[in-house]
Design a protein around this ligand. Sequence first.
Ligand SMILES: [Fe+2]
Length: 325
Amino acid sequence: MARSRRPAEPTTAQALVQAGIAAAATGLVYGTMYERNNYRVRQVELPILPPGTSPLRILHISDLHMLPGQRVKTAFLHSLTRLRPDFVVDTGDNLSSDRAVPAVMRALEPLLRLPGAFVFGSNDYYAPIPKNPLSYVGLGKKRTSETPLPWRDLRAALTEHGWEDATHRKFHMTVNGVRILIAGVDDPHMEADRYSTIAGPAGPGFDVRIGLTHSPEPRILDAFDADGYDLALAGHTHGGQVCLPTGAIVTNCGIDRSRVKGISAWGRNLMLNVSAGLGNSPFVPIRTFCQPEASLLVLTPQKSKGKEAPVAPLPSTEREPLAVG
Ligand SMILES: [Fe+2]
């Protein structure tokens, strides 16, 4: 009778390769099925208002990359009214389909009852296309889409609800008694920015001066800082989207990886908030070590008088995510 032979034990190298493949496969499933739908709110207090001013709660959303039928994302956006924001800022990349404008409007419906302002990103103007992932680390050419999206319809729908299009505009509004100056540029990532249209000192007479840009390109942040803005809001980076436990691999723009999401100081006087965004390209439906997020920025009065008053070290003021969902 023939004796069956036991399969040979894998070598240490083979075992390590197998474990690596298993870990990668687990990460892929986790990032595709769970992490990219694991929405959170990042809340930060920014003591940048003049003493005696009422606090202002700004909800910053970005990079929805909406497709029709995305119910979990829609439910999360609806839940954000629980944060009691005074004002909403949307820094673009709302669309991932030419049929997505109704889906965006349904998702934003409760927030559209609040004052708001927006700028657009490249994924409001042009449909997403598959890209070589190596192009994000400088290897291979980046393809760009030329298939137009219905951004005019989206702009009309948002402005009909009272949100202000800040693209190449400078305007002011008073919310909760806080006098806000807002200015914005078109997406610098596609070199559509014309800062000259809003250039000039932000000036006194406002409690806070806010600059909007989809992509946080240094040339735009430098210009906002030089003109005396207090806060710049941007998206675009997706927080790195496919990150390692040690952090982002790329920012997909001119800022360094330490600023890929969250609050950082820029230049002389500017605070920068980069949103990790709420979506992803339909061709890269994955996030790892980078939850999709909305930001609640609670602007509060400075502790002491004058713009030169030191601002608290902001990363340490970042709070645990709120339980939303
Ligand atoms: Fe985006």
